[in-house]
Design a protein around this ligand. Structure first.
Ligand code: GDP
Length: 197
């Protein structure tokens, strides 16, 4: 897919404020600092579309972008940042759960995971939550350029192992690097395929 246009549409404080209409939404979520803004900018080839944040955990809004006037890219707030209040840390914010569970336009969710880490509880919990509720999602491993291929294979293998203890079918997995442009074609082709269904 070529990105012909990518424009910021709006920010919403709750799912009920999100734009009306039936444009399919492809949303991105992950722990703060996982590299979500960088990935969104890499995918859209717009350097400043999503703000690459020096202050992790600050974005607490749902940001909508319209791509090619055809689909919506949705930037969800990060979860699991240690400096948010204790209440927000236990479980996922109602903003996230409300959007993920109730937003009819949500077509697919990309859960971003830093490829450098061992499986983290918060990510596994979020994946479990999605599985239980039948939300269509895939995993996008980020910052792949920071690892050797062998380390990458090992870390992704660890995730596969952990997830297959609980699920018969593993989610689709994408390996990305915003630095190197890795994973861009795979994700955009995947979205294009979805739009043709
Ligand atoms: P967000 O909080 O999830 O939106 O994360 P950002 O996109 O703001 O990125 C957090 C930090 O990770 C920044 O310092 C980025 O430069 C860095 N980063 C993000 N993606 C990559 C990547 O693919 N490779 C490398 N080496 N660094 C990255």
């Amino acid at each position: 897919m070529n990105i012909i246009s990518a424009t910021f549409l709006c920010s919403s404080q709750k799912a009920s404020q999100c734009p009306a209409g039936d444009m399919r939404e492809f949303a991105f979520i992950g722990r703060s600092n996982v590299g979500k803004s960088s990935l969104i900018n890499m995918l859209t080839q717009r350097t400043g579309l999503a703000k690459v944040s020096g202050t992790p955990g600050k974005t607490r809004l749902i940001n909508h972008f319209t791509i090619n006037e055809q689909w919506a890219l949705v930037d969800l707030p990060g979860y699991g940042y240690a400096k948010v209040s204790r209440r927000e840390r236990s479980g996922f914010s109602s903003l996230i759960t409300d959007y993920v569970l109730n937003r009819e336009q949500l077509y697919y969710l990309f859960v971003l995971i830093d490829a450098r880490h061992e499986p983290l509880r918060i990510d596994l919990e979020f994946i479990r939550f999605l599985g239980i509720h039948g939300v269509p999602f895939g995993i996008a491993f980020t910052k792949a350029d920071k690892l050797s291929q062998a380390q990458l294979d090992r870390n992704i293998g660890n995730y596969r192992k952990q997830l297959s203890e609980e699920w018969e079918e593993l989610p689709r997995m994408f390996v990305t690097s915003s630095e190197k442009g890795r994973g861009r074609d795979e994700i955009l082709d995947f979205i294009e395929n979805c739009l043709e269904q």
